[in-house]
Design a protein around this ligand. Structure first.
Ligand SMILES: *[C@@H]1O[C@H](CO)[C@@H](O)[C@H](O)[C@H]1NC(C)=O
Ligand SMILES: *[C@@H]1O[C@H](CO)[C@@H](O)[C@H](O)[C@H]1NC(C)=O
Ligand SMILES: *[C@@H]1O[C@H](CO)[C@@H](O)[C@H](O)[C@H]1NC(C)=O
Ligand SMILES: *[C@@H]1O[C@H](CO)[C@@H](O)[C@H](O)[C@H]1NC(C)=O
Length: 213
């Protein structure tokens, strides 16, 4: 029974624990290196996706029930870790599953055909962050079918936005913002999410275990 439990837990999808960047296709997502800056340990440029020069949607899947997120841009064909431009200021998303960042605010001085890398950063459980990157070619003109690449699960929404700072600095004790609307994000909701996920998983294991017996 214990080994059944361990097997079932090991089969749980990665997305339950962290977030994934699903469109544009990320360089990759690894549970074990997701906390490595930059790009969650994926240092090599991957498949390039055409992305609007004027900004576009990013499709994520959220695995914590509250997450601080920000989006950065590095310009160049292989820009390393130079994610110097904030294209989406830090916000808090509440809810699990499919989540679309509706728009990124690209710099106005780039041109059609510019190669760049977009990095999505979230907070992690303790301190530090989680990182996912996608390689893009910026294109003028409408190239996005939002109905395919911008989906929100029910009950998922942005609860705070335009916070100062980076999500990888938002573990407990960090003051988030000068704006009066922002309540302090803390690592506690993440911990609560884990308890919830864990008990859900154990429930599933119970059912699976029962079926096996
Ligand atoms: C946190 O994120 C910022 C912005 O992407 C980055 O410059 C910084 O190196 C990151 N810090 C760590 C410890 O990864
Ligand atoms: C999904 O939610 C984001 C953030 O609230 C919003 O910008 C976007 O337009 C939504 N997408 C759809 C298809 O409703
Ligand atoms: C574009 O503008 C940003 C500031 O918004 C600047 O850092 C960057 O060097 C500029 N890039 C080019 C290619 O001029
Ligand atoms: C956050 O900033 C964006 C871009 O400047 C702006 O469109 C939006 O209204 C701001 N949201 C809030 C709640 O101030």
């Amino acid at each position: 029974m214990l080994s059944n439990t361990i097997i079932a837990l090991s089969l749980l999808p990665v997305s339950l624990a962290h977030f994934t960047l699903d469109w544009p296709k990320s360089r990759g997502a690894s549970e074990t290196t997701a906390e490595n800056f930059p790009c969650g340990g994926y240092n090599d440029v991957g498949q390039r996706t055409d992305f609007p020069l004027s900004g576009g949607p990013l499709q994520l899947k959220m695995g914590h029930d509250q997450t601080n997120v920000a989006v950065y841009l590095a310009v160049g064909s292989n820009p390393g870790s130079s994610f110097n431009t904030v294209v989406r200021q830090q916000f808090v998303v509440t809810g699990l599953g499919d989540f679309c960042i509706g728009q990124t605010n690209m710099p106005g001085n780039l041109s059609d055909g510019t190669q760049a890398t977009i990095q999505v950063v979230s907070n992690a459980h303790g301190g530090g962050g989680l990182y996912q990157c996608t390689d893009v070619t910026l294109r003028s003109g409408p190239i996005i079918d939002k109905s395919n690449h911008c989906i929100n699960n029910t009950n998922i929404a942005i609860s705070q936005e335009n916070l100062s700072g980076n999500p990888n600095g938002t573990s407990s004790g960090t003051s988030p913002s000068g704006s009066g609307t922002a309540a302090a994000p803390s690592s506690k909701p993440g911990a609560a999410a884990h308890v919830k996920v864990a008990s859900w998983a154990l429930g599933l294991v119970g059912i699976v275990g029962f079926a096996v017996l």
